[in-house]
Design a protein around this ligand. Structure first.
Ligand SMILES: C[S@@+](CC[C@H](N)C(=O)[O-])C[C@H]1O[C@@H](n2cnc3c(N)ncnc32)[C@H](O)[C@@H]1O
Length: 239
């Protein structure tokens, strides 16, 4: 299934980045702090499924004293052109598939992926240099909208437990350095905003008008539990 990139979707997603969780946990801050922790001058960094270039632009802003060569890859032409607008000459962007990354073996010191369900562990291993790091931020089985996914238990597409990623990265030869799973409440602007978000992520099979109605009936206060995690792994140094 393809992502829907109409204007409402893009606006809703941009707003989603700005919704802070109710508790004092900011997953994006933790994600970018984890990345910065491993960055060194002169490194080559690739963001997989870069979307509008948010991750790369944050990396550049947060590490102004490091000379980094930033790369972004996404399989959507539309997203690549949005990222191009955001990043200008700060990053090298290309259209490509996470399953066949358009880079030679051992090209990168650090890889990132944020909210990209379909990472490919063997490809991550292949393009990482020995000793290289992969920092991954995703949602667990609740897809960041736990009460919504539990309304449609048998229709959730690509519902993956963090252990799925741990196992596949391990199997590909990467060592897990840490896996931190969080449970945070998120308050949406309105039910309409919540529904736009739900519709922008193709995670419920055959989502219909009736399903939309069901959400409206169930959520009078648009607070939803989110289940993000941050997984960090490393490729062996001596290869
Ligand atoms: C939910 S968006 C996240 C974008 C960005 N990482 C962020 O968090 O702001 C997922 C992105 O992954 C891209 N994507 C999905 N499957 C992909 C694949 N197989 N190869 C490359 N990009 C992919 C989509 O086009 C989309 O831009």
């Amino acid at each position: 299934m393809r992502y829907d990139y109409n204007e409402a979707t893009l606006t809703a997603r941009a707003k989603l980045e700005q919704i802070k969780p109710d508790q004092n946990i900011d997953i994006n801050e933790l994600f970018f702090a984890s990345i910065s922790n491993y960055l060194k001058d002169g490194q080559h960094v690739l963001d997989i499924g870069t979307g509008n270039g948010f991750v790369l632009s944050e990396i550049a802003q947060r590490n102004p004293n490091l000379h980094l060569t930033l790369y972004g890859v996404d399989n959507s032409e539309e997203m690549i052109s949005l990222a191009q607008k955001k990043l200008g000459n700060k990053a090298i962007l290309s259209r490509g598939d996470a399953n066949h990354l358009p880079f030679t073996d051992k090209s990168f010191d650090l890889l990132t992926a944020k909210n990209v369900t379909r990472i490919h562990a063997e490809e991550i291993y292949r393009v990482l240099k020995p000793g290289g790091i992969f920092v991954f931020r995703e949602y667990g089985r609740g897809k960041g909208l736990c009460e919504i996914t539990s309304l449609f238990p048998n229709r959730i597409i690509r519902q993956r437990d963090p252990s799925f990623y741990v196992d596949s990265l391990n199997k590909a030869g990467l060592y897990i350095l840490s896996l931190n799973c969080y449970t945070v409440a998120r308050k949406y602007e309105s039910i309409e905003n919540l529904i736009t978000i739900v519709k922008s992520f193709p995670f419920i099979e055959n989502f219909s008008q009736e399903d939309e109605q069901r959400i409206i009936e169930n959520f009078h206060d648009p607070v939803v539990t989110s289940d993000p995690f941050i997984l960090i792994c490393r490729k062996e140094q001596s290869l």
